[in-house]
Ligand binder design. Structure first.
Ligand code: PLP
Length: 404
């Protein structure tokens, strides 16, 4: 196990104050904080070798290209992809999902079906609705239960020879539920459907093995994994990436261009039109190295301990209800105080220097299921502590006294 005091020293932002109080950052499910190892990597890039990649003969361009491709290799190893060219740099999870949805628009037909889950982030719902509008395909939904788990028996009933694609998140950002994705993938493959897993919320907590999962597409964002905003990855099986048409046209993604016909570059460049987020990609690699330096086993164990501690403490508060009570969940707690609007709780916590998220968490269907406007969400990372959780508990009690 790591030393938490040493870990916290890696994150400069954790020593700042908000409203005169030490910052307690519990909005990790929206974006994670950045360790100095990643900040240093960004500074080094712009200070020493900022240049455009892949086309330059000059030294800086070669250094930038090497660093960018090295990061791709780091990411490939991290996810255990078979080939480096199965890792496509994107601007984030949303971009990755849209890229795949666009690709499928060229082969879906009106009696095809695609399956989503009731637990999705809007970015894993809306692109598929757009795809259905374009192609006439039908969107089916795996329902959820009161604990915030997917109802697997209903999923099996939805699968048929009409199913072309299934897309669910690995972990729900609103409730923290860990979905049984290995089972979901296996069942989809039995009817010949492809599967996309939205890993945005899972990757900060666990290390997925895309070959072991046999998943067709897996997407993630760097900014939830201690990396910068504006960069992420799409993993796709080589055969699928060769089948899908390019998403955007432009420089970098072509082999040859004439006004009669353009031929596309090989993978991964076919999907990487234009100048990418070079520094972001390199820093993403540094973030993954940082997380692996700590070790995902330690991260998981530490965060589970925080989750258990916080769950017990919060349940002791009268009138507090937790949404998302699956046995399999990560360090996200969504809750409400009886008779008090989540926004008001969040505002008072902010006054105390405690950052939580309030609202529907880009997952309105989940809120509709529980018939609530939203929740207060506290989400923990490996750099949080039990004494911060104590501060949250005190803050909630204070809010309760002030607002009721
Ligand atoms: C954050 C998140 C997204 C969106 O990620 P972006 O980085 O905003 O593209 C999608 N799905 C889940 C589960 C998320 O947590």
């Amino acid at each position: 196990m790591f030393n938490i005091e040493d870990i916290r020293k890696d994150f400069p932002i954790l020593s700042r104050k908000v409203n005169g109080k030490p910052l307690v950052y519990f909005d990790n499910a929206a974006t994670s904080q950045t360790p100095k190892q990643v900040i240093d990597c960004i500074v080094a890039y712009y200070s020493n070798y900022n240049a455009n990649i892949h086309r330059g003969v000059h030294r800086l361009s070669q250094e930038a290209t090497d660093a960018y491709e090295h990061a791709r290799k780091t990411i490939q190893r991290h996810f255990n992809a078979k080939y480096t060219h199965e890792i496509i740099f994107t601007s984030g999870t949303t971009h990755g999902i849209n890229l795949v949805a666009h690709g499928f628009s060229s082969f879906l037909k009106p009696d095809d079906e695609i399956i989503v889950s009731a637990l999705e982030h809007h970015s894993n719902i809306v692109p598929w609705q757009m795809l259905c509008e374009q192609t006439g395909a039908t969107l089916k939904v795996i329902p959820m239960n009161e604990d915030g788990e997917l109802v697997m028996s209903e999923y099996i009933k939805l699968l048929s020879s009409h199913t072309k694609l299934v897309f669910v998140n690995h972990i729900s950002n609103a409730l923290g539920t860990i979905n049984p994705i290995a089972h979901i993938i296996e069942q989809a493959h039995q009817v010949g459907a492809a599967v996309l897993i939205d890993g945005a919320q899972a990757c900060p907590h666990i290390r997925p093995d895309v070959q072991e999962l046999d998943v067709d597409f897996y997407v993630a964002s760097a900014h939830k994994m201690c990396g910068p905003t504006g960069v992420g990855i799409l993993y796709g099986k080589e055969s699928w990436l060769n089948t899908l048409p390019p998403y955007q046209g432009g420089g970098e993604m072509i082999a040859e261009v004439t006004f009669e016909k353009t031929t596309y570059a090989d993978l991964p460049h076919k999907f990487e039109a234009g100048t990418p987020n070079i520094c972001g990609g390199i820093a993403f690699g540094a973030a993954i190295d940082y997380l692996n330096g700590i070790g995902f086993k330690s991260i998981e164990a530490y965060e589970n301990d925080l989750l258990d501690y916080a769950t017990q403490k919060l349940l002791d508060i009268k009138g507090l209800k937790i949404y998302g009570t699956s046995k399999h969940k990560t360090s996200v707690i969504s809750f409400n105080l009886e008779g008090i609007h989540p926004y008001d709780v969040g505002t008072i916590l902010d006054k105390l220097g405690i950052a939580v998220r309030t609202g529907h968490h880009c997952a309105q269907p989940i809120m509709d299921y529980y018939k609530i406007p939203g929740t207060v969400r506290a989400s923990f990372a490996f750099y949080n502590t039990k004494s911060e959780i104590d501060a949250l508990v005190e803050g909630i009690k204070k809010a309760q006294t002030m607002l009721s």
